[in-house]
Design a protein around this ligand. Structure first.
Ligand SMILES: [Zn+2]
Length: 354
């Protein structure tokens, strides 16, 4: 991914490429071999690369690109469009050589600068594949999606990730993970890390609104202030709406499943959750907690608060199900009297297989 950033910086270059520069360049080094050795001069005409009307990319020997990055950006689009993976053999300012990553496939491209040392020209292209189209593509990153679908996202800021995902599948035949789409959308909307950071400042206000609008809900924010006057940092957050509590007490069996999962994204952490099973055997969310990690302390904080919120009113004998993590067991034993423990068979099986 090391060339992602530099590619990014150059995106504006590629986008603002002046297609009206439709002159013909004569390049005397056009007949070099892949090592960059010039063959006896044989003049070859080059022409600036242009996308076709429908945005389809057709690559040909002799096409010219502003610079190496412009070539890389176009090639990446081409690779996704054609549905194959790229194996880069040479990738520097003097030459770019790549082949189809599928072993034995004969597709191959080689480009290098012309006399001005900046403009890149396709010198060799073996366009035929002897492989199958792929439906996953490493080139189709969030950066790629953001660039390719920038206009669409900007026109419709509320565009649903689901819709975008379908569009990509329709046009390119690619099944991208939802997370890639989400990141691409945020990239276009220019939601920087700072916006994420700022959202932590709003947790107080959020908690206040939740409690005001949903009386009986439990919202807890646990912060850490290293010394007086220092800014406090986020530690944990607990949320359970009154409706979840009532739904659990009056519509679910006295059973609570607890588990933790790691959060992806800029600010990592762990999401602890408590779920129940309703009368239709559907999963019913009871409470969540975002915390620093799965530890004795964090589980204890979560279960203690869950008990204060629900357990103190719900006198049923509760059965907990967990993945047998020590922190969970201790926390339940300590904070939830009149409860018993079951272990999740799927977790047990997974642990046995390790
Ligand atoms: Zn191939």
């Amino acid at each position: 991914m090391s060339d992602n950033n530099s590619e990014d910086e150059q995106l504006s270059n590629a986008a603002s490429y002046d297609y009206s520069r439709d002159f013909i360049v004569e390049d005397s080094s056009a007949s070099e071999d892949e090592q960059g050795n010039n063959q006896p001069s044989r003049r070859q005409r080059g022409m600036p690369f242009k996308e076709t009307e429908g945005g389809r990319i057709i690559l040909e020997v002799g096409q010219l690109f502003n610079n190496l990055n412009h070539f890389r950006v176009v090639l990446r689009d081409y690779v996704v469009q054609e549905g194959f993976e790229l194996k880069r053999i040479k990738n520097d300012k003097d030459r770019y050589t790549a082949e189809c990553a599928y072993e034995g496939c004969s597709w191959r491209i080689h480009a290098s600068p012309i006399e001005d040392k900046t403009t890149f020209m396709i010198k060799i292209l073996q366009p035929r594949h002897s492989c199958q189209k792929v439906h996953k593509n490493h080139e189709a990153t969030a950066v790629w999606v953001a660039r390719r679908f920038k206009a669409l996202i900007e026109e419709n800021l509320d565009i649903e990730a689901k819709f975008l995902r379908r569009e990509i599948h329709r046009i390119y035949g690619l099944q991208l993970p939802p997370y890639t789409i989400y990141r691409a959308k945020h990239r276009v909307l220019n939601l920087t890390d700072n916006d994420h950071k700022k959202s932590y400042d709003q947790l107080h206000a959020y908690g206040y609104i939740v409690r005001r609008r949903n009386p009986g809900s439990m919202v807890l924010l646990h912060t850490l202030t290293p010394h007086i006057g220092a800014p406090s940092t986020f530690q944990r957050f607990f949320l359970s709406f009154q409706a979840q509590k009532e739904g659990f007490m009056f519509g679910c069996r006295p059973f609570i499943g607890v588990d933790g999962c790691h959060l992806k994204g800029k600010f990592p952490g762990v999401l602890l959750s408590a779920i129940a099973i309703d009368a239709n055997n559907g999963v019913f969310p009871v409470a969540i907690c975002i915390c620093e990690g799965e530890s004795k302390d964090s589980w204890s904080w979560f279960i203690d608060n869950l008990y204060r919120h629900i357990g103190m009113e719900d006198n049923r004998r509760m059965t907990f199900m967990s993945d047998k993590q020590k922190g969970v067991l201790l926390a339940i034993e300590k904070h939830w009297p009149r409860s018993s423990n079951r272990f999740c068979a799927r977790h047990l099986a997974a642990n046995m297989q390790r």
